[in-house]
Write a protein that binds this ligand. Structure first.
Ligand code: ASP
Length: 326
């Protein structure tokens, strides 16, 4: 049994410097500090791919990480990726679209407290990730605080607490109890293993707030190839007073405008209210029950594969990696 751990940085690999926490530790140091042997029943290899705070992660880095995983799939029974928590959900979502149906578990993890600090959650999270990489189900996952969640369904929901990730609109996949893995839900991930990293990173996420002017929307939207518009509740676009709906209806036939919601749970249903139906008529594409991270990265992926709005719509509304259920 062989496991590969790919290090990318994050708090988990940080130590205090005079300028604050900085990601500097390699995977071997992480394992040593966590008290995990590299040859204790499972043989663990390490690969220090990058050492950065995940705030610095760019879409091109998702491709680098994806390639590293893709090239290693044949040689390992499971792969763990250590990553900063701030953009971990974007990376796990982007990887899930690029790298479809991996034949082994690929598990991202990180920690809220540096491994060098007393009481750090890093050793526990690493153990959960390694256990799932060894005994779990093929696919791309996030392991955090004893839970394993599907990579396309996680969001960071706490900036300080150790239980920082939740699975949104989707059940947790597994949890670790007393060192044993309990699988709760098997995602229906099926199909050929493939890696296709074509993406268009020129996507903008605009949050709808009372008073957002059509001019500001148009100027931001004008610079992007695709727009994620984060509305309220079930979704809809204002047209009373400032007529944002008119501005959106000018953009949506030419470049994709995907509507998500500020609510953490439930997703959008643009058929529910008149303001939502008008958005649909304007050409808006509903994000269904996808997370914001999955919506943004899927739009980048879709634009890497299609330019016509109708083709992008088809990709966005299709279930690729259990990220959308309606
Ligand atoms: N700023 C850190 C990062 O995302 C936070 C963390 O890892 O918890 O790299």
């Amino acid at each position: 049994m062989r496991i590969l751990i790919i290090g990318t940085g994050g708090t988990i690999a940080s130590r205090m410097t005079e300028k604050g926490y900085k990601a500097g530790l390699g995977v071997d140091e992480l394992l040593e500090l966590a008290g995990i042997e590299k040859n204790d029943g499972v043989s663990i290899d390490s690969w220090d791919l990058m050492r950065v705070d995940s705030t610095l992660i760019q879409p091109e880095d998702w491709i680098t990480i994806g390639k590293a995983v893709w090239e290693s799939l044949e040689d390992y029974d499971g792969i763990v990726i250590t990553h900063g928590t701030d953009t971990l959900a974007y990376t796990s979502s982007a990887l899930s679209f690029m790298l479809r149906n991996p034949p082994v578990p690929v598990v991202l993890t990180g920690s809220m407290l540096p491994i060098t600090e007393p009481g750090s959650d890093a050793p526990e999270n690493l153990r959960t990730a390694i256990t799932f990489a060894r005994d779990g189900i093929p696919g791309i996952y996030v392991a955090f605080r004893n839970k394993v969640m599907l990579g396309t369904r996680v969001s960071k929901v706490h900036s300080l607490g150790l239980n920082a990730f939740q699975s949104i609109n989707y059940p947790d996949v597994a949890y670790l109890r007393g060192g044993s893995l309990v699988v709760m839900h098997r995602p229906a991930l099926r199909g050929e293993t493939s890696f296709d990293p074509r993406i268009d990173p020129n996507v903008v996420h605009i949050r709808l707030t009372p008073g957002l002017s059509p001019e500001v929307f148009l100027s931001i939207a004008g610079e992007a190839d695709g727009i994620v518009l984060e509305g309220y509740g079930a979704g809809g676009i204002p047209y009373r007073g400032r007529n944002l709906l008119e501005a959106v209806s000018k953009v949506a036939p030419k470049k994709p405008v995907v509507m998500t919601t500020q609510a953490l749970y439930g997703g959008v249903d643009l058929t529910r209210y008149e303001v939502g139906r008008r958005a649909l008529e304007a050409g808006v594409i509903p994000a269904g029950d996808m997370t914001k991270e999955a919506t943004l990265t899927k739009l980048m992926y879709a634009l890497g594969h299609a330019r016509k709005v109708e083709e992008v719509r088809e990709i966005i509304m299709k279930n690729l990696a259990c990220e959308i259920s309606r």
